[in-house]
Design a protein around this ligand. Structure first.
Ligand code: ZN
Length: 85
């Protein structure tokens, strides 16, 4: 899944790992949410967690993209970020 070995820039790699971690947390929060459908109070609480995770994921992705834009160290064509943040 991750092609970190192709990234020569340690800063970009660290940012990418942050993004990957945030994306995983968002995925897990969304997965948990899907199991709480019908449980109204718990569902609303988990929905807030999903939104927080989504914001964290978006911020991490933006930081990575800004680094790439400024540093021009994005050499991996195979590395595609999830679309549709
Ligand atoms: Zn870099």
């Amino acid at each position: 899944m991750l092609l970190l070995s192709r990234m020569g820039c340690p800063a970009a790699q660290a940012l990418f790992e942050d993004y990957a971690q945030a994306a995983m947390e968002h995925f897990e929060a969304t997965d948990t949410l899907s199991n709480l459908v019908g449980q109204h109070g718990l569902f609303e609480e988990q929905k807030e967690d999903v939104e927080r995770a989504h914001e964290k994921c978006s911020a991490a992705r933006l930081a990575l993209e800004q680094h790439w834009a400024q540093h021009s160290c994005h050499i991996s064509e195979e590395l595609k970020l999830q679309s549709g943040s």
